[in-house]
Design a protein around this ligand. Structure first.
Ligand SMILES: C[S@@+](CC[C@H](N)C(=O)[O-])C[C@H]1O[C@@H](n2cnc3c(N)ncnc32)[C@H](O)[C@@H]1O
Length: 394
């Protein structure tokens, strides 16, 4: 590691301490297991505000590479499940070194102590597994990665960093039974369906920390579940995050091609007094809550290519049928125009959910939580597991 990387690493650790996302105990581990050791010579720096990714190549710009390695940003390390080559960004990011502040806060949320056994799902670069292995000892940390090339790279980086968790190439949905029971299970990919194996392999009283969400939005609510004696698990959402999803749990947007044949086509037309702001946006609790309440619905907000009135449209798409809804928000108009088509009245469902949430004073996401049954079925609640959200399928 170069001197510049060492200085940049110290600066990042100080920054994370100042942000309050790192404890002094974990700060020591961050200093001992430097992020740059886990990064490939070419990665893409991801700008979370614009969604753009810029290639950073060590050979072309060693100083820029070292700087980016220790910025508090996610770094994409693989596109399109490894099918993409070249320096330009691919279509879909499929592996990364997560944002350091997210890594730090999740490790603190995991609340580990000496002697605990931890399973990580989503090895990626191996940095998080390396941090855990330094803290707990390699013999007590297992990390599962689905992509063989990614798993092999991570194993090499871990060996170079002098830490030795067990890296298993496999589907993390199965956990890793030979190492069970675990005291902690940490998932570093977005989850839409919680696999029952995770509950089976975590000991009663143990914790599962996972970015969980619905297909309504790409964002995830980081949920911390405590596994009970009965094999179920429950716990609160801690904060909003956004992870690339488990391989088989990605939303396939191609399924909606041809979904909306014509606009407005065969749709019924009505109106709504809710505004574009009520529908919410990225990282808004409104988005998250609508997703909890309206099952099997994806949505996308299209701001249009111009500032012309009427251009902002919110689309709602049923992932199991061809039902859809679109709402056109015209600046200055009292009401927005609603188009709905198919057997499900998707906007009616979303409006009902948002109205319920607004009427309760717009409770923030951290007042919500989740109960997970032994078969993986999820029940969201507000404030207390007994206060189940009053929506069919929620
Ligand atoms: C955001 S990255 C993980 C970051 C990583 N923990 C680190 O420290 O660099 C997500 C990883 O999950 C992996 N993944 C996706 N689906 C998976 C699955 N079903 N089982 C195991 N790993 C999976 C991806 O290949 C990717 O490497």
């Amino acid at each position: 590691m170069s001197e510049q990387e060492g200085r940049a690493g110290d600066e990042l650790t100080r920054h994370l301490l100042e942000l309050g996302v790192l404890t002094p105990e974990w700060a020591k581990v961050f200093r001992a297991v430097p992020r740059s050791l886990f990064l490939p010579d070419l990665f893409w720096a991801y700008d979370t505000s614009t969604g753009r990714s810029e290639p950073v190549a060590r050979d072309d710009d060693p100083a820029g590479w070292a700087r980016a390695a220790y910025e508090n940003i996610p770094l994409i390390t693989q596109w399109d499940d490894g099918q993409h080559a070249g320096t330009q960004p691919g279509d879909k990011p499929t592996s990364s070194a997560s944002m350091p502040s997210v890594v730090a806060s999740m490790l603190c949320d995991l609340d580990v102590s000496d002697g605990m056994r931890v399973l990580e799902v989503g090895t990626g670069t191996g940095w998080n597994a390396g941090l855990l292995a330094h803290r707990l000892g390699g013999a007590d940390v297992v990390s599962v990665e689905i992509d063989p090339a990614v798993a092999a790279r991570a194993s090499g980086a871990l060996a170079r960093a002098g830490v030795a968790p067990l890296v298993v190439e496999g589907d993390g949905r199965d956990g890793w039974a030979p190492g069970a029971p675990y005291d902690r299970l940490i998932v570093t990919a977005g989850v839409r369906v919680i696999p029952p194996r995770w509950l089976e392999q975590t000991r009663p009283g143990g914790l599962i920390l996972a970015p969980w969400g619905t297909h309504y939005t790409h964002q995830d609510g980081l949920v911390r579940l405590t596994v009970g004696e009965d094999g179920r698990a429950a716990g609160p959402f801690l904060r909003m995050v956004e992870f690339m999803k488990l391989r088989d749990q990605r939303l396939d947007w191609n399924q909606f091609v041809g979904h909306v044949k014509e606009f407005p086509g065969d749709a019924d037309v009505s109106s709504t007094a809710l505004t574009a702001a009520d529908v919410g946006g990225r990282y808004d609790t409104a988005d998250f809550v609508a997703g909890l309440c309206v099952p099997d619905c994806a949505h996308v907000v299209n701001q249009g290519d111009s500032d012309e009135p009427g251009d902002a449209k919110a689309w709602f798409l049923d992932i199991r049928s061809r039902s859809w809804a679109a709402v056109v928000f015209t600046p200055g108009a009292a009401d927005a125009t609603v188009h709905q088509s198919g057997t499900r009245r998707l906007w009616d469902e979303v409006e009902h959910a948002l109205t319920w949430w607004i009427d309760r004073g717009r409770p923030e996401y951290d007042r919500f939580g989740l109960t997970v049954a032994r078969d993986g079925g999820t029940t969201p609640w507000l404030d207390d597991p007994s206060n189940i959200l009053p929506f069919a399928g929620a």
